[in-house]
Design a protein around this ligand. Sequence first.
Ligand SMILES: *[C@@H]1O[C@H](CO)[C@@H](O)[C@H](O)[C@H]1NC(C)=O
Ligand SMILES: *[C@@H]1O[C@H](CO)[C@@H](O)[C@H](O)[C@H]1NC(C)=O
Ligand SMILES: *[C@@H]1O[C@H](CO)[C@@H](O)[C@H](O)[C@H]1NC(C)=O
Ligand SMILES: *[C@@H]1O[C@H](CO)[C@@H](O)[C@H](O)[C@H]1NC(C)=O
Length: 602
Amino acid sequence: MKVTLVWAVVGLQQLVAALTIAEINGNKFLSPYSGETVTNVTGLLIAKGPSGAWIRSTTPDDDPATSEAIYVFGTVGASVGDIISLDGKVTEYRQQASYLYLTEITSPKNVKVISGTTVAPLIIGKDTLSPPTATFSGLDGGDVYNVPGGVTNISVSNPVLKPKEDGLDFWESLSGELVKIKRPTSIQRANQYGDTWVFGDWVVSGKNAHGGLTMSGKDSNPEAIIIGSPLDGTKNPSTSKMGDQFEDITGVVTCAFGFYRILPLTAIKTSSTANANAKPSTLKTSSDCRALTIGDYNVENLAPDSSHLPDIAAHIVNYLNSPDLIFIQEVQDGSGPADDGVVSANATLSALTASIESLSSISYAFASVDPISNQDGGQPGGNIRQAYLYRPEVVTLYKPNPGSGSDETQVQPGPKLSFNPGRIEPGNEAWSASRKPIAAAWVAKGAKKPFFTVNVHFSSKGGGTSLHGDARPPVNGAVGRREMQGNVTATFIREIMKEDPKAKVIAAGDFNEFSFVQPMKTFAAVSGMVDLDEATNVPVPERYTYVYDMNAQALDHMYVSPALAKSKHTKYEHLHLNTWAAFADMVSDHDPSVAQFDVCDC
Ligand SMILES: *[C@@H]1O[C@H](CO)[C@@H](O)[C@H](O)[C@H]1NC(C)=O
Ligand SMILES: *[C@@H]1O[C@H](CO)[C@@H](O)[C@H](O)[C@H]1NC(C)=O
Ligand SMILES: *[C@@H]1O[C@H](CO)[C@@H](O)[C@H](O)[C@H]1NC(C)=O
Ligand SMILES: *[C@@H]1O[C@H](CO)[C@@H](O)[C@H](O)[C@H]1NC(C)=O
């Protein structure tokens, strides 16, 4: 039987008259009037954009949680400086389900110009509160990297805004406002649309020597804001980079494409350009076990014909001082991304070492383990893997016995490795569609005992949500994977330490995680290894090898066993060669690092 229901919806739509803009916004993320039609909303037209206008209340309240401005989406037949009244519908809008909503008035009608006055922006930190510098949302439990993420959504919890305490609440409390940023500094190269992350003349935390903001435990820099597309159709500079200074920026606060952002009235103007010249490492090898130098570099999908291959070689020679041993990640097979069954990286590593030799007369040898084709993730067909470059006159494999892609290397009494180099538990599900670590044992000139290395490239953060997203805490993509990977790698290292508590072990590479987040805490706890940044007291703001959104951050690390962590000969430097560079000057998306160790016998 077919039932037809006819709903007669008459008069259910409430008409809410003469609310102030603060009342429409309310003191939470979502408007209490969402979906309702409002009439006679009065405000000063403070800015116009291609698809609408922004108005500011003429009857403000004194609650810093309630924004006094709002976006009106649609045609508003009035000009900047007009005080107008209008009717419309209160709407919450977002482009994607993982984003925060923007409160706006849609379908404006009965727009009336009442009078006019001058328009002045609110200077951030002077006419407004200053942005909080550590936490993003009270729903994060004090740490955006708390596990698990996605426990709640802001759009579900809809908390009362605390603009003095939490960064997202601060920017939400200014939604729709015309603001001015004084003395803005760029903290990240502009993206393809010219969108540029900045901070202004307010108090910031984590400022690094180059002018960027580096994240640290429980502080991922909510005080930064991205400058989006100019309202007048001009284009922001595309070549700006970390540390560039801009003229004051005036624009409206909005929430779009997953971030709070300021749409400037006109394009950002650069007032001074940062010097991106980096200095070479101060670390020099002794060419024997006393001061062995070890580099680490994610070389970003390196194939034999990569245009950046000679530049990687030049970085190794001119900035890393040709370390005795180099951990590299993202070495593709000899046919690059062609999915043709080739898995050997001999051609790639031969091209890299030949390029280094042409610049320096230094002949590197290399060691790696070919993966099984298309089993380790990354660019399809590329078969990325980790590899070691080494200077055989200084350091050689200890009892070499290379494993295949399916061979599992094991720690044997000595300690020594059953396969050298060899992969750690390649059959463990922790590594499905990801790179298996490559362990190796080495002996340096002047030493009789080996030291051990583990070269890692853990699963990336793909699939996560942004720090400005709806999910709280944000979803840290593949964090569960990295937790397993950290544990498996650490368990292997612990076997070496069981054989010899004084063993010298170095685990390095692209862990795709920050040292203060759970997978790395697990890795350190299970392995007994020490973060080399901690062991050598690298200043916290200089601990970065990557930039993402507003944050300079460390995805790449070295961890060392206690014997090396305690040694006064241990040194460590991050070489910020790429994080600072303009897009066209980047050689890889990661910065390399160099360390120096005494690996003579204990
Ligand atoms: C609209 O609001 C203003 C105050 O903002 C008030 O003076 C005016 O009477 C209102 N007009 C109507 C038609 O309600
Ligand atoms: C949060 O929102 C996303 C996207 O709409 C949804 O998939 C998820 O289930 C929500 N989570 C909670 C805890 O409400
Ligand atoms: C590795 O590549 C080099 C340079 O192309 C070549 O001379 C050498 O024969 C190759 N070795 C193997 C084992 O294929
Ligand atoms: C690490 O893995 C082992 C073996 O699967 C497990 O027993 C242990 O609980 C794990 N440890 C952590 C901290 O996850």
